[in-house]
Write a protein that binds this ligand. Structure first.
Ligand code: C2E
Ligand code: CA
Ligand code: CA
Length: 632
């Protein structure tokens, strides 16, 4: 029997005996025949033919038994022990039988023939002892019994030479027994150390396999981790020809950060586990899921891009279902991006970047959905590269400026604030949308410089605008998470002489999500000066009414999408709700994106007071604003 691939000692012993015992019986049979032959003329027939025949037959039978094929692994330890016990008794019996025959034959021989008998006894006994090295108790028993019986026989015969010979054989036998006991002990030791070695090897192998598994498993969700995900993609690419399609999907949770900040990291972890389990259950048999880190998951789908997008879309929906954390129900969302081999990319980096780009795009423009990477995105990437290189060599003070869009109080129909909007006219990239300018500056690590440049312009403009007009300034996620940017803004406010009450900082829900706690802290610093904080694009993001309460806010800017659907009764109902909520929290509301008189009328009838939109005023240069409101 084997334990962990190695043999137990009795089995190892038995297998050695299987190699040694058959030749032993062979030698015995030959010796019997030789002795019988030399006594053929002097001894009776039953001793030279009958008994030898039986002895040889017994030898052949034993050879047959010992040479029967057996698989080492099939031998049980107890069976090996039983067979060896039997071998010991049988060996003693056979040895006595052979000895008795030889001694009886000794009665009939001439001095030479009697010498042959002595040799037969000594030689066969030595052979027995050697061949039983791995069964020392049998070797010892046979040696002791044969020597004692033989010596007794010699003593009874009274021949001095024979007694002396018996003693010599006895001494040599003792020595041989001593040596084979030693070599058996060495054998036992060897087996034990080999066992230990093999066991050590097995343990090392198991440890290695376990640590390899751990290095590729996410400790929190027990899903494969980023490393394993990338390896799996690589592996697929290795064996993949362009006609074998597969897709990778990236998923990022929306609104996870606030949950983590509000409910604590332990609950955040539990939420990730629950969501990980949910995604894995949905993908079971269809795709492999990994947690790539933070609130990001990756999926490998052995299908073309449309099927992969469909699966990812279902994942986004599943993630949205509320999760029970203790006695509270928490919900987050998920946005995703998919890219497919070979259309979106042919190596792991390309595929990952493309899926990431689609995800990034979904986060900004189609939250809660999964987008697939397409040719359109490829153009966007190219445009991004062009804009990046243009921005790297841009002269901000000459190329980047501000325009202002007025916000009206529609009760009195007077402008109350002007929102500063960035404009970049690049000699290389042409007119670039402000969102692109901001995200590009963030990627290049120059967002702080850009924001402070824009803020300088805003303060300079504020200084020349009428005192009753507030100035709204947009801050992005990158600004809110960089305390140095906020310090720069605070310093500039102090140095400008502008009354901070005239300043409004606009932030979006999305910009808060990435690092909620820091963003809230920085907003508080700004608000402490007396400046106001507006939540921009309200209604598109994820912050629930619950998280509104945790933000230091003064104004809600209701996203343009509400103005677009204002004809819709359900939309009006929501707007009503938002108005009451804002009222109860002492927040002002600004409705953005009013483009028509009808929309304006509807907004008015719903009881809103502050409005912004092309219908009232499009963004204009400072000079044009001056003409409208009169510059100090
Ligand atoms: P936002 O803060 O929501 O700004 C309002 C955007 O809506 C402006 O686009 C404005 O021109 C546009 N808009 C205003 N009224 C209407 C309307 O009636 N109809 C339509 N269709 N659009 C209207 P703009 O200037 O292209 O800015 C886009 C976004 O870029 C801004 O959205 C803001 O998130 C960002 N942004 C602009 N300037 C800055 C800046 O100085 N810093 C930062 N961080 N972001 C900026
Ligand atoms: Ca804004
Ligand atoms: Ca807005």
């Amino acid at each position: 029997m084997q334990k962990d691939g190695q043999l137990e000692l009795p089995v190892a012993q038995y297998l050695r005996l299987r190699r040694h015992i058959p030749p032993l019986y062979g030698v015995l049979a030959i010796n019997v025949v030789a002795l019988a032959f030399t006594h053929r003329a002097t001894a009776p027939l039953y001793l030279t033919l009958g008994v030898p025949f039986l002895l040889v037959l017994a030898c052949l039978q034993r050879i047959h038994v010992w040479t029967r094929p057996v698989a080492p692994a099939a031998i049980a330890v107890t069976e090996a022990e039983r067979l060896m016990r039997r071998t010991t008794w049988l060996g003693i019996g056979m040895a006595l039988g052979f000895l008795a025959w030889a001694l009886v034959l000794d009665q009939y021989g001439t001095p030479e023939q009697r010498g042959h008998v002595m040799l037969f006894i000594a030689a066969t006994m030595m052979a027995c002892i050697f061949c039983l090295t791995y069964l020392p108790r049998a070797a010892t028993a046979i040696g002791v019994i044969v020597i004692c019986a033989f010596t007794l026989y010699c003593v009874l015969q009274g021949s001095e030479e024979r007694i002396a010979m018996a003693l010599s054989i006895g001494v040599v036998t003792g020595l041989i027994l001593f040596v084979i006991r030693d070599s058996f002990a060495a054998f036992v030791h060897l087996e034990a150390s080999r066992d230990a070695l093999i066991a050590g090897q097995r343990r090392a192998e198991r440890l290695e396999a376990e640590s390899a598994r751990l290095a590729r498993t996410d400790a929190l969700t027990q899903l494969p981790n980023r490393r394993r995900f990338l390896e799996d993609v690589e592996q697929r690419l290795e064996g993949c020809s362009p006609d074998k399609r597969f897709s990778i999907g990236l998923l990022d949770l929306d609104g996870f950060k606030p949950v983590n900040d509000t409910h604590g990291h332990a609950q955040g972890d539990r939420l990730l586990q629950a969501i990980g389990g949910r995604i894995a259950a949905l993908c079971d048999g269809k795709a492999t899921v990994a947690r790539l880190g933070g609130d990001e998951f990756g999926v490998i789908v052995p299908a073309a891009i449309d099927a992969a997008q469909e699966l990812m879309q279902r994942i986004c929906l599943t993630v949205q279902e509320p999760v029970e954390l203790g006695d509270t129900l928490v919900s987050v969302g998920a946005s995703g991006g998919v890219a497919a081999y070979p259309d979106s990319g042919r190596d792991v980096n390309d595929l990952f970047d493309r899926a990431d780009f689609a995800l990034y795009y979904a986060k900004r423009h189609a939250r809660g959905n999964c987008l697939k990477f397409s040719a359109e995105f490829e153009n966007l990437i190219r445009a991004d590269h062009l804009v990046e290189s243009a921005l790297q060599s841009a002269d901000l003070s000459r190329e980047v400026s501000l325009v202002f869009q007025l916000i009206y109080d529609i009760e009195k129909m007077v402008p109350v604030a002007a929102e500063a909007l960035a404009r970049w006219s690049s000699p290389i990239a042409g007119t670039v949308a402000p969102e692109m300018l901001v995200s590009c500056a963030e990627r290049l690590g120059i967002l702080r410089v850009l924001t402070l440049h824009l803020f300088d312009l805003a303060l300079a403009s504020a200084a020349v605008m009428p005192q009753h007009l507030r100035i709204s300034f947009n801050l992005s996620a990158g600004d809110l998470t960089n305390p140095q940017t906020i310090t720069g803004i605070l310093d500039r406010i102090g140095a400008s002489g502008i009354d901070p009450y005239r300043l409004v900082f606009e932030v979006t829900e999305t910009s808060l999500i990435s690092n909620f706690a820091t963003a809230v802290r920085e907003l508080q610093h700004l608000r402490e000066t007396g400046a106001k904080i507006a939540l921009d694009d309200f209604g598109t993001g994820f912050s629930s009414f619950n998280s509104l309460q945790q933000l230091p806010l003064d104004v809600l800017k209701i996203d343009k999408s509400f103005a677009d659907r204002i004809e819709d009764i359900s939309c009006r109902r929501v707007l009503n709700g938002i108005r009451s909520l804002a009222f109860s929290m002492s927040l002002d509301c600004v409705i953005e994106g009013i483009e028509t008189e009808e929309q304006l009328t509807a907004v008015r009838s719903l009881g809103f007071r502050f409005v912004q939109g092309f219908h009232l005023a499009a963004p204009r240069s400072l000079k044009d604003i001056a003409a409208l409101v009169g510059v100090a």
